[in-house]
Write a protein that binds this ligand. Structure first.
Ligand code: SDX
Length: 427
C-alpha cells in the first residue's frame, strides 16, 4: 500500500506521508500541510481528523471491537475490577498483586474531602445537577492542593491522580446527599472502592449499611465499561485543556462538563427519561420509533447511534446481558427494560436505523442498572464520569508525555471583509 498521498493544487504536487497504526489504521499526516501548501484542512466535528497517536484504547467501529491496552473489553468486564482497569489504562500494564495492593492503598487513603471543601456543597441549591456540582468541586480541589498542580512534576501528578480517583465517589455521593438534605457520612476505608461509594450514597449515620455483592459487581462492570473510549468529545476536551498546561483538576473538570451534554454522556439520563415517557404515555415501541425517525419530531432514540460504532457497541451488549442478570438477582421486574428491549428489536428491523447503521450504544441499557440500584436519574452521568475518570487521566498523561504543542485549530473565515468604523450618527 502507498506510504504517501499525492495532493495536486494550483498545478503543484505535494506528497503527504501516510502513517499506519499497530492495528492497521492509516492516516494522512497533515502536520506540514499549511507550511508546504498554504492550505488548511477543514473538518467540522472532526469526523475525519485524528488529533493524536495513542496507545491506550483501540476501537474498531465496523467490527464492534473495544480494547483497553490490547485487552478485549469482554475479558476485562468478566475478569477484572474497576481499580485494576484504572491502573491498566494509566500505567499501560496489568499490575502484579504487590503493585495492585499499593495502588489500592494509595487511593483508599485519600477518600476524605477537606472539611472546608465540604462547605462548598452547601452553596448549591438542593436541585443542583450532580454534574454541575462534580465539575465545580473537582475544579475546587486545585485550591486545596496548590503544591500538586505542576503537570510536569511526576510526583505531583501521581499524588493528584490518587486524590482524583479516590475523591470522585465521595464528591458524587455528597452531591446526592446534599439533594436529599441528609448528612454526609465519612468514608470507611475498610470497605472496597465501590462498597465505599454505595455506603456514602445510600447509608446514613442512624443504621448499619449492608452492601449487596450483586450491586457491587454490577457497578464494577459498569465502571469498567465506561473507563475509556479513545478520543470522544469529553476526552478530547481534557486533552485540549491539558495542552494549555492547565492543572489536572481543571482539565478533568472540563471533561465532566463536556460529558454532561445529552449527545454524549448525558444520554444515559435521557434514555431513562425517554423510557419513562413511553411508559407514562402508554406508547408502544413502534409508535416511539416512528417519532424518532420523523424529521419534524424532535424525539430521538436516545442511546442509539454512535460516531464510531457502525455496529453494535460491544459495551451495550455486555450491559444488556448484565442488566437482565442483575434485575433477576435483585428480584426487580423492570418495565423500562422490557420497553428498551422492544425498542431495540423494532429499531434494528427498521430501514431508517439499518441504513444509517444506528445501534444501541453504551448509554442505552446502563441506566436500567443504575435505576435498579437506586441511583437517581440525574446522577447517572456522574456515574459515567466516575467510570471515565481513569481514561481521562490516562489520555491526559499520554498528552503530557508527548510534549504536544498547545491545541489551537485553524478556521476558514467567512465574515465581512475590511471596512471603516461608522460613527453612530452616520449609521
Ligand atoms: C457516548 O464518542 C464516543 O465514544 C462517545 C461515547 C463514549 O464512550 O465516550 O461512546 C459515549 O456519547 C455515546 C452516544 C450517546 N448519545 C446518544 O445516545 C444520543 C443519540 N445519538 C445521537 O444523537 C448520535 O447518534 C450521536 C451524537 C451519538 C452521533 O452523531 P453523529 O455521528 O454526528 O451522527 P449524526 O447525528 O449525523 O446522525 C447520522 C444520521 C442522522 O440522520 P440523517 O441526517 O442522515 O437523516 O442518523 C440520525 C441523524 O438524524 N440519527 C438518529 C439517531 N442518531 C443518529 N436518529 C434517531 N435517533 C438517534 N439516536
Amino acid at each position: 500500500m502507498d506510504d504517501t498521498a499525492r495532493l495536486e493544487v494550483d498545478g503543484k504536487s505535494y506528497d503527504l506521508p501516510i502513517i499506519e497504526g499497530s492495528e492497521g489504521e492509516r492516516g494522512v499526516d497533515i502536520q506540514n500541510l499549511r507550511s508546504e501548501t498554504g492550505l488548511i484542512a477543514l473538518d467540522p466535528g472532526y469526523k475525519n481528523t485524528g488529533s493524536c497517536k495513542s496507545a491506550i484504547t483501540f476501537i474498531d467501529g465496523d467490527q464492534g471491537i473495544l480494547r483497553y491496552r490490547g485487552y478485549p473489553i469482554e475479558e476485562l468486564a468478566e475478569k477484572s475490577t474497576f481499580l485494576e482497569v484504572a491502573y491498566l489504562l494509566i500505567h499501560g500494564e496489568l499490575p502484579t498483586r504487590e503493585v495492585m495492593d499499593r495502588w489500592n492503598h494509595g487511593i483508599m487513603r485519600h477518600t476524605l474531602l477537606h472539611e472546608d471543601l465540604k462547605r462548598l456543597f452547601r452553596a448549591f441549591p438542593k436541585d443542583a445537577h450532580p454534574m454541575a456540582v462534580c465539575a465545580a468541586v473537582v475544579s475546587a480541589l486545585s485550591t486545596f492542593y496548590p503544591e500538586d498542580l505542576n503537570p510536569a512534576d511526576d510526583a505531583q501528578v501521581a499524588s493528584s491522580i490518587e486524590r482524583l480517583i479516590a475523591k470522585f465517589p465521595t464528591i458524587t455521593a455528597y452531591s446526592l446527599k446534599h439533594a436529599l438534605g441528609q448528612p454526609f457520612i465519612y468514608p470507611d476505608n475498610r470497605l472496597s472502592y465501590i462498597e465505599n461509594f454505595l455506603r456514602l450514597s445510600f447509608g446514613n449515620p442512624c443504621e448499619a449499611f449492608e452492601v449487596d455483592p450483586v450491586v457491587v459487581r454490577a457497578m464494577d462492570i459498569l465502571l469498567i465499561l465506561h473507563a475509556d473510549h479513545e478520543q470522544n468529545c469529553s476526552t478530547s476536551t481534557v486533552r485540549l485543556v491539558g495542552s494549555s498546561k492547565a492543572n489536572i483538576f481543571a482539565c478533568i473538570s472540563a471533561g465532566i462538563s463536556a460529558l454532561w451534554g445529552p449527545l454524549h454522556g448525558g444520554a444515559n439520563q435521557q434514555v431513562i427519561e425517554m423510557l419513562e415517557e413511553i411508559a407514562a404515555e402508554g406508547l408502544n415501541a413502534r409508535q416511539f420509533v416512528d417519532r424518532a425517525k420523523d424529521r419534524d419530531d424532535t424525539s430521538r432514540l436516545m442511546g442509539f447511534g454512535h460516531r464510531v460504532y457502525r455496529n453494535y457497541d460491544p459495551r451495550a451488549n455486555i450491559i444488556k446481558k448484565a442488566s437482565a442478570d442483575v434485575l433477576e438477582k435483585m428480584g426487580v421486574n423492570s418495565k423500562l427494560l422490557e420497553i428498551a428491549v422492544d425498542l431495540e428489536r423494532i429499531a434494528l428491523e427498521d430501514d431508517y436505523f439499518v441504513t444509517r447503521r444506528l445501534y444501541p450504544n453504551v448509554d442505552f441499557y446502563s441506566g436500567i442498572i443504575f435505576d435498579a440500584i437506586g441511583i437517581p436519574v440525574e446522577a447517572f452521568t456522574a456515574l459515567f464520569a466516575m467510570g471515565r475518570l481513569p481514561g481521562w487521566i490516562a489520555q491526559w498523561s499520554e498528552l503530557q508525555g508527548d510534549g504536544q504543542a498547545i491545541g489551537r485549530p485553524r478556521q476558514i473565515y467567512t465574515g465581512a471583509t475590511v471596512r471603516p468604523y461608522v460613527p453612530m450618527d452616520k449609521r
